[in-house]
Ligand binder design. Structure first.
Ligand SMILES: [Zn+2]
Ligand SMILES: [Zn+2]
Length: 156
């Protein structure tokens, strides 16, 4: 997302309003739009970027490995010193693509969960316990009863 900031640099006490949609900034956003809104303005030779970002990311649950949609709402602020960053001054533009990408990535959950109390997969048979139940747990014998079970087996 490249923005022309020439009239901000020229010292007009102005701001640039941003309201746009971006697509395919990162694989997790798939075909969903990334809504970006906010303002850019210059204060004492510093370019200030103040943005709200709204995106739905498609993640894989770390417990049940099902894909799910996670809405993210971010507020990001960044400053660029125009005196030190001559590149911005020369081109009179700023590219916010990397800033957006990095901030979305930083805010992705490390251990994504489809729901707070996802039941995950059965460690024995791999059944998704959110959808189905399996008999693995029932077959696990209480250690206090295993003596009895051994006795019974011994009788066979
Ligand atoms: Zn899950
Ligand atoms: Zn099972």
């Amino acid at each position: 997302m490249i923005i022309n900031i020439s009239h901000l640099i020229k010292g007009n006490n102005d701001k640039i309003d941003i309201k746009t949609q971006m697509y395919h900034l990162l694989p997790e956003s798939k075909d969903d739009p990334i809504e970006v809104g906010g303002i850019l303005y210059v204060e004492d030779n510093v370019l200030k970027v103040d943005l709200q970002v709204k995106v739905q990311v498609h993640l894989v649950c770390s417990r049940c490995i099902e894909e799910f949609i996670c809405p993210l709402n971010l507020h990001l602020q960044e400053s660029y010193n125009l005196v030190e960053d001559q590149g911005i001054l020369q081109n009179e533009t700023i590219d916010l693509t990397e800033l957006l990408r990095e901030n979305i990535l930083l805010n992705l959950p490390i251990k994504p969960l489809c729901t707070e109390n996802c039941n995950g997969l059965c460690a024995e048979c791999g059944t998704n316990l959110n959808i189905l139940s399996c008999k693995c747990k029932e077959e696990q014998v209480d250690p206090r009863l295993s003596v009895l079970k051994n006795l019974l087996n011994g009788d066979e």
